[in-house]
Design a protein around this ligand. Sequence first.
Ligand SMILES: *Cc1c(COP(=O)(O)O)cnc(C)c1O
Length: 359
Amino acid sequence: MRVYNFSAGPAVLPEEVLKEAADEMLDYNGTGMSVMEMSHRSKAYDDIIKTAEKDIRELMNIPDNYKVLFLQGGASQQFAAVPMNLMKNKKAAYIITGQWAKKAYQEAKLYGEAVDVASSADKTFSYIPDCSDLDIPEDADYVYICENNTIYGTKFKTLPNTKGKILVADVSSCFLSEPVDVTKYGVIYGGVQKNVGPAGLVISIIREDLITDDVLPGTPTMLKWKTQADNDSLYNTPNCYAIYICGKVFKWIKKMGGLEAMKAHNEKKAKILYDFLDQSKLFKGTVRPEDRSLMNVPFVTGSEELDAKFVKESKAAGLENLKGHRTVGGMRASIYNAMPVEGVEKLVEFMKEFEKNNG
Ligand SMILES: *Cc1c(COP(=O)(O)O)cnc(C)c1O
């Protein structure tokens, strides 16, 4: 029996995709082998990776002057790759809206001067700071954001005013959840295990002029974007199986109506949960309403004891992984693309019942 899985990542994937992959496990498309067993240089695999790229380009409307790279090491590997590839002046501006932004900032400090130009640490990252007129250094190579903060449940609704600098965004937990204007970014990247596929793969969408040989001295060959771009993400053996699953998820999103439809689907689910939270006498959302994420919804009862009871009882009711991040406590429901509306309805029903019994 499948449960409703509210995990922040690795997270729920479309059931259809999992079934298809299961059907193809022993014999992919008449090849007589699993995708896990085939050469990444074979004709069959070439079709898989090329089709995946074509489909994500179509979904996100990615302009021709951007490369799509399928890389390893997860999102965290890009925390280092970004400064290594972009820090020509050895300076960059970071907006600190949570733990992932902070980790990227700390990593960048290993390679140059990372400047903390805004932060919401003063209120436990429960809001997005005003980024309309930041003090961005003249010689900053880029401005960095984590667009959706998985742990704290905030999302940038307006992109920062970068004052003409390149915008770099980690979109791991909002990847393909709504339409995006790629031209506003120099680099968009995301670990795929939140909304798109299996862990270990990161997709980086990078404007071509930012992919050069002019990288920091000592940059490993594998972390140089140019190496990967020149080899169509096949410099070495890529994460073949994860790319295959992502390809299937892209097809699923296309079938569902693309990113506009995903946005409507995600807004509908988030509204059900936030509307309940806003009128509940027991549960409280922790994020400033205008900055709320459509993907990750943290909430608390105000009592650690009740929180623990809720997590335990919800699990018994088939609602899994609702415990908040270890650093913030409380609860968090991650309601990514593949979470059906019924999952959120079930959750709210359960919360109502819990409130009645414990209010
Ligand atoms: C999960 C997550 C990461 C880390 O991803 P890994 O693939 O484990 O490195 C980075 N950024 C954000 C926003 C995340 O949600």
